[in-house]
Every structure is written in structure tokens, then in C-alpha cells.
Design a binder for this molecule. Sequence first.
Ligand SMILES: [Zn+2]
Length: 209
Amino acid sequence: MIELVDTHTHLNDEKFKGQEKEVIERAKAAGVTRLINMGDTLASSEKAVTLAGTYEGVFAGVGIHPEEVIEMTDREDDILAAWTDLPGVVAIGEIGLDYYWEKDPDKRKLQQRMFIRQLDLARQLHLPVCIHDRDAHGDTMAILKKEGRGIRGVMHCFSGSWEMAKELLKQDWFIGVDGPLTFKNAAKLPDIVREAPLERIWWRPMRRI
Ligand SMILES: [Zn+2]
């Protein structure tokens, strides 16, 4: 059977509470031998870390998601950094920008600052990042250009243009392909997946880069 790596799960979500073992076993039976489980708040990141320490083949990303953004301080940085020393924690994520749900310009500014802050943390920790970019391609790429030096990762659930994909591929980034590939209106994505090198549309769990 082909072995698959699910690079983006949310097993820490409330709806899986108490069924994590079952879900992981079901995924493995279907050929998903590794799962990277993303945190989106401090609480869910902590749960991702616990699951990674408990189950074989389960890895964790830790970070604050743009929809859950808070004004981070050194305290949050230190907590996230301490978790990345634990077994199975392989990335900072998911982090990024979400302008689909967030229309308030001040909140968008806060998302940008916390995105930059967590990119900086990833650089210091030599960890890859998992980026959430929804309706914010311009600012995401501008921030990566300015603040993303020496950082690699995956653009999760990629929804940008072929030009944006090419820019990311040039920087050795990975393109995350998710459910929207199957949507009838997935205009550009099938072409991008066809054009992108196969080894760039998946992401292996990697410890330090
Ligand atoms: Zn996610």
C-alpha cells in the first residue's frame, strides 16, 4: 500500500475529543502512516504536543493561528520554544493571515505582527513553518519576502496563482494541496499541481532544517 503523510490535521479539535486513538488507527489502516497535527492556540498546541508524545507516527506543529490571534509576549514565545524541544514537535504552525474572516484593519495588523513574530521564532529555532493564507496572498508574500529569510515550510491549502507558486518553489517551499483541488471551481489549482514538481507538493516531517 502507498504510504501517505497527512501534513495538516487538527486532531486536537474538540470534535475528536476522546476518539484520538481511533482516528489515528483508522488513518493508519488507510495508509496514512504519519500525521502532522497543527496547533492553533496555546491550548491546542499543547494538546498537539501531548498527542505527538503519545502516538507513534504523530507529529506536532505549535503556533497561534491568525483566526485565534492574541497579542503575544515573550511568555508565549518561551512556551512555544520550550515545546519544540519535546519529541515529535516538527514545526511552527499554523501561523499566517486570514483576511477572509477578519475584515477589521487593526486586527489584520495584529495578525501581521504575530505572523512576523512567529516567523522570527521559527528562524531562531531552525524549524519549518506551516502557513495559513486565506485571501491574503499579497501581504503573505510581502511578509515572507521581507521577514522570511532562511525559513522554509509549506503554504497550507494553497489557493494562490501559478506566479505565487513559482515564487515559493524557487525558495524551496512546499505547496499544500487540500480538498479544494476537488472543487468544481478549483480553476487554477489542478494546473498548478500538474506543473509543480511532485517532490514539492508533499512535505515530510522534518526536525531541524
Ligand atoms: Zn489548519
